[in-house]
Design a protein around this ligand. Structure first.
Ligand code: AMP
Ligand code: ZN
Length: 459
């Protein structure tokens, strides 16, 4: 398969060739586990999963790493302010470890709900890779890339001429900002902390001794240390949301290439935002929705996955009740049609659809093109059911939409609860309807309200 991917580094759609034949190494910037991931964050992992599914379909072995940031990400997203995890721990009277463990579990449960394939995916924690991060900072120090300020060890970006090359970031604005300056000890405004000292007189919950003093690693160094540890000094693909282009990914490149003396990543790919009323969904602004909230509203996580895949990963998506409802209806109607194929024996299809599927997915992951093929395939009378079945199987493997699930038999007690809920709804008794939904959910089924009535699926 001739795979072409838009590479932020070159600014063009490039033909993909792997570093080692038949294998692809991918790193995806993971969540900071201090709060619930919002459905915008989850888009980044649906994208990572779609890339993985494409490579598996094309016959590659896939090494995939998603890091878990459980230390060092400060509330400012820069080098100042409190650590997000420690702050939440203080507010909730918990330990940092408890906070990180709880939200890591939530994240992993969200990935399961979204049918994200985590086989062979590593989830390394920043707090468990502090020696690796210290070693990388030592390597940078030895080569003269670092300097010390009163609050930490910093990377001198002026010593890395390619700084700003990814996405062609104009640094003049950033450098100018420095003259007004927040941290006057920084040599350049783009410089960033590699190691932060624990403030004198305070004991952090997570701190380590280092050659420079007790403290904790800066946010960016974990990605360089863990990606190169698991994937090698140079690897194939690195992804993240577009907000990571101007700072986090520039910093990753600067510190990795300076430490190893080798190119860091061959293809950089960035997924666009999920917006709410035109504004980026963000935890800090409090304008966000979680996957559990979507479920409470009666939407299946896979209907959300369907919504995300209906646009290309690089186009922003405006999330609204209307777009979610339309996606849920579209997804349910596809499931109703594919149900007929569940017990059909697949027959390999030599139709042009098989080629079209490959062309769409290998053309910079055009999932929208693939979804548009589904009704065409299902409605095409010249295809035998077995051919339809095998084409839908391929689409299922690429999209992860679980299109060929056996319809589960609904137990009697669930049907009774559904009837009661229907009654409550017709009386506009939303409180009872919601309570019944929870009861049904506790028994392992989820209810979706669609235009044609209640739909129920086994969770
Ligand atoms: P964080 O947990 O904040 O480090 O973010 C995890 C991932 O979600 C990163 O790849 C971000 O770029 C991405 N992200 C953050 N906000 C949004 C959004 N509104 N829509 C899509 N992706 C986002
Ligand atoms: Zn990262």
């Amino acid at each position: 398969m001739d795979i072409r991917l838009y590479n932020t580094l070159t600014g063009t759609k490039d033909r993909f060739t792997p570093l080692s034949k038949g294998v692809v190494g991918m790193y995806h910037c993971g969540p900071t586990v201090y709060n619930y991931p919002h459905i915008g964050n989850l888009r980044a992992y649906i994208f990572a999963d779609t890339l993985k599914r494409m490579f598996l379909h094309a016959g590659y072995r896939v090494h995939q790493v998603i890091n878990i940031t459980d230390v060092g990400h400060l509330v400012s997203d820069g080098d100042d302010g409190e650590d997000k995890v420690e702050k939440m721990a203080r507010e909730q009277h918990k330990t940092s470890q408890e906070i990180a463990a709880y939200y890591t579990d939530v994240f992993l449960a969200n990935l399961r709900d979204l049918n994200i394939d985590t086989r062979n995916t590593h989830f390394p924690r920043a707090s468990e890779h502090v020696p690796e991060q210290i070693r990388m900072i030592e390597a940078l120090e030895k080569k003269g890339y670092t300097y010390r300020t009163s609050d930490g060890i910093y990377f001198d970006t002026a010593r890395f001429p390619a700084y700003g090359a990814l996405g062609h970031i104009d640094l003049s604005g950033l450098r100018e900002g420095e003259r007004i300056g927040i941290n006057t000890e920084k040599r350049n405004s783009t410089d960033f902390a590699l190691w932060k000292f624990s403030s004198t007189g305070t004991k952090r919950q997570q701190e380590w001794s280092s050659p420079w003093g007790t403290g904790f690693p800066g946010w960016h160094i974990e990605c360089s240390a863990m990606s190169t540890k698991y994937l090698g000094d140079t690897f194939d693909i690195h992804t993240g949301g577009i907000d990571h282009i101007p700072v986090h990914h520039q910093n990753e490149i600067a510190q990795s290439e300076s430490a190893t003396g080798k190119p860091f990543v061959r293809y950089w790919m960035h997924s666009a935002f999920v917006n709410l009323s035109g504004v980026k969904m963000a935890k800090s602004a409090g304008t966000f929705l979680t996957l559990d909230e979507l479920k409470r509203r009666g939407y299946s996580p896979l209907a959300y996955r369907y919504l995300i895949l209906s646009a290309r990963y690089s186009s922003p998506i405006d999330f609204s009740d209307t777009s979610m409802e339309a996606a849920a209806r579209g997804y349910t109607s596809i499931l109703r049609s594919t149900e007929k194929l569940v017990s059909v024996e697949p027959i390999p299809s030599h139709s042009s659809y098989a080629t079209k599927i490959d062309e769409f997915i290998s053309d910079d992951i055009n999932t929208a093109g693939i979804l548009a093929l589904i009704p065409e395939i299902l409605g095409n009378s010249s295809l035998r059911p077995g051919e339809k079945r095998s084409l839908i199987e391929t689409i299922d493997a690429l999209t992860g939409l679980d299109l060929l699930k056996k319809p589960s038999r609904i137990p009697k007690e669930i049907s009774l609860l559904l009837e009661k809920r229907n009654e409550a709804k017709s009386k506009k008794d939303w409180k009872t309807a919601d309570a019944l939904r929870t009861e049904i959910q506790d028994l392992g089924y989820e209810v979706m309200d669609t235009k044609t009535g209640q739909e129920v699926r086994k969770i």
